[in-house]
Design a protein around this ligand. Sequence first.
Ligand code: NAG
Ligand code: NAG
Ligand code: NAG
Ligand code: NAG
Ligand code: NAG
Ligand code: NAG
Ligand code: NAG
Ligand code: NAG
Length: 321
Amino acid sequence: MASKLGMGSLYCMLFLLFIVSQNPVSGRNKVLDPKKPCKQFVLYYHDILFGGDDVANATSAAATNATKLGNTYFGMLVVFDDPVTKDQHLLSHPVARAQGFYFYDMKTDYNAWFAYTLIFNSTDHKGTLNIMGADMMMEKTRDLSVVGGTGAYPNKSNKKQYKPCKELSFYMHDILYNGHNLENSTSAIIGAPKGFNLTHLADPISWFGDLVVFDNPLTLDNNLHSQPIGKAQGFYLYDSKIPYSAWHGFSFVLNTTDYKGSIDMVGANADILGQPVRNLSIVGGTGDFFMHRGIASLMSDDIQGEAYFRLKFDLKFYECW
Ligand SMILES: *[C@@H]1O[C@H](CO)[C@@H](O)[C@H](O)[C@H]1NC(C)=O
Ligand SMILES: *[C@@H]1O[C@H](CO)[C@@H](O)[C@H](O)[C@H]1NC(C)=O
Ligand SMILES: *[C@@H]1O[C@H](CO)[C@@H](O)[C@H](O)[C@H]1NC(C)=O
Ligand SMILES: *[C@@H]1O[C@H](CO)[C@@H](O)[C@H](O)[C@H]1NC(C)=O
Ligand SMILES: *[C@@H]1O[C@H](CO)[C@@H](O)[C@H](O)[C@H]1NC(C)=O
Ligand SMILES: *[C@@H]1O[C@H](CO)[C@@H](O)[C@H](O)[C@H]1NC(C)=O
Ligand SMILES: *[C@@H]1O[C@H](CO)[C@@H](O)[C@H](O)[C@H]1NC(C)=O
Ligand SMILES: *[C@@H]1O[C@H](CO)[C@@H](O)[C@H](O)[C@H]1NC(C)=O
């Protein structure tokens, strides 16, 4: 597997998604039967690593270089937007995109840490699944965790209605560092694809490959200068060749009289489906959000080129403690 990952290569990965049934019984001892998933399907994803001249076909690109720590690409960050099909054929009609990234993270062998979102667009499924974990590439079969999912099934007759146990709404403001706005910038590009620098977003079409770290204020209304109720801290990575999609991993850290604690989130914020509302998985929390899970829906409230954007978040928790 490792040798097939050389520049400009294609590899195909077989996915067996077993989603194990979970009965919401006692808080500490969930009864799981790994032999009985409540849902399962088989998918293939196809990755064509950018080799320098295959812009049209490539679906992934290195956004940072490998370090000198070992000969196994240690430290290289690869961003991808891969087609996912039901069979082994690259050119079959994709039922989903796999968008996200992996880091090579082992000095002595090929091993990568993956975090990505399957964004379904098929007659069977609409919505996302968020997946992460260590991919021990030398093993024939590897397991990753499905940490959350969003979206509804188009088949109305089996669409269940769920009622949130807690809801929150607020705005997040992001001012990108451009080399001249140290005082009020709240985010900075820390990784860019070959040929781009850290004070301008890359490729004007999609910003593909830019990795941005942020410490953004949160406010209850849409005014940047309102008293913040907390921070959003983490990163996003532009992960698509067409505008605009970014993979987010971050936490809201709230500090108000009502709420103290953090809310942790992952997922693809993909504008590509032409849907104004996108959904991330809330995978955990601390403090007043101890062990909470749910869905964070977001929409763009204002975008000023690459200088500033504001997102409106509606958080719905379906597991509260
Ligand atoms: C893209 O892939 C197709 C099918 O594999 C191939 O025929 C074509 O030459 C490739 N184009 C480039 C620019 O690599
Ligand atoms: C919708 O879901 C129900 C229950 O799972 C199933 O019986 C039915 O065949 C589905 N209908 C379609 C059109 O897929
Ligand atoms: C940040 O500060 C600069 C310089 O004062 C100003 O030009 C810019 O408009 C500010 N950005 C925002 C989003 O307020
Ligand atoms: C990787 O290293 C090469 C050669 O040192 C350099 O030209 C290139 O810009 C680097 N790429 C990234 C993404 O930093
Ligand atoms: C970064 O790149 C932009 C254009 O892509 C250029 O205008 C700017 O001068 C560059 N900045 C630095 C510090 O190299
Ligand atoms: C939370 O808010 C209180 C009161 O405004 C302040 O004293 C404290 O430093 C804040 N804590 C954090 C972690 O920001
Ligand atoms: C989703 O699927 C529909 C129907 O096949 C297609 O028209 C549309 O372009 C797809 N959207 C994306 C973003 O792939
Ligand atoms: C996000 O979730 C909302 C509410 O369930 C839904 O209306 C919307 O279509 C979802 N967005 C995407 C891109 O799936």
